[in-house]
Design a protein around this ligand. Structure first.
Ligand SMILES: Cc1cc2nc3c(=O)[nH]c(=O)nc-3n(C[C@H](O)[C@H](O)[C@H](O)COP(=O)(O)O)c2cc1C
Length: 218
């Protein structure tokens, strides 16, 4: 009988081929390199290149993680994601701003890790992000309660229908709970797989003098 372990062992990992990259020519500013790598993922037509795992820490110090979409990278190098303030991740970020992001772009065999501190963007920016969402996503977010136990699906459906009607009457309607979070990195790592398994790892660390970077053992 084929076990799950057998099936997993038979699966290829780190598939594809990374584009050429010379770490000795890496820019001083990691934002430049991130934009370059994300641009390569976009150009390669990768499915959902903006999908990113956001890790947070709960009040008991236990890590939590889930997938979000990256909204933007600001001129000062912060990574923007957005969510409901009442959600698990929203309350976790309000009590502990430590956060991490993990991207993986296959078949480019590339991953980027970000560690940083999260701060909420302005109410205007959060509202603008909310307005840019599609109607269905807005209607659910307007109901609030993200991550609360769902005990009555009929009530949920009624609220969503009400919110859709309210949105068609007033397309500018905004959820006051929808929040854009800016994660300002203090460390990043650019990882690129190699067929030799001698993978490239380039780490950037923020210092009082600016960014420092160097390679790590794979
Ligand atoms: C590809 C993908 C993109 C997602 N994007 C978002 C997002 O931008 N914002 C969000 O709040 N949830 C998003 N979700 C849902 C989250 O993964 C998660 O289920 C939800 O935010 C609740 O997380 P929490 O209970 O840890 O707060 C996305 C899920 C997937 C799979």
């Amino acid at each position: 009988m084929t076990t799950l372990r057998d099936r997993l062992r038979a699966e290829a990992s780190i598939v594809g081929e990374a584009p050429p990259f010379d770490p000795s020519a890496a820019p001083d500013d990691p934002q430049e390199l991130f934009r370059d790598w994300l641009g390569a993922a976009l150009d390669a037509g990768i499915t959902e290149p903006h999908a990113v795992t956001l890790s947070t820490v709960d009040a008991d110090g236990r890590p939590d993680a889930r997938v979000l979409v990256l909204k933007d990278v600001t001129d000062d190098g912060a990574f923007e994601v957005a969510t409901g303030s009442e959600s698990a991740k929203g309350t976790q970020l309000q009590s502990n701003p430590n956060a991490a992001l993990t991207f993986y772009w296959t078949p480019l065999a590339r991953s980027v890790r970000v560690r940083g501190l999260a701060t909420p963007a302005s109410a205007e920016e959060s509202a603008a992000d909310f307005r840019a969402r599609n109607a269905a996503a807005k209607a659910i977010a307007l109901a609030g309660r993200q991550s609360a136990p769902l005990t009555d699906t009929a009530e949920r459906d009624r609220l969503v229908a009400e919110n859709l009607a309210a949105l068609s009457a007033d397309p500018g309607l905004v959820s006051s709970e929808w929040t854009v979070w800016r994660i300002q990195p203090f460390a990043l790592e650019f990882w690129q797989g190699a067929p030799t398994r001698n993978h490239l790892r380039l780490q950037y660390t923020r210092t009082p003098e600016g960014w420092r970077h160097g390679e790590l053992w794979a």
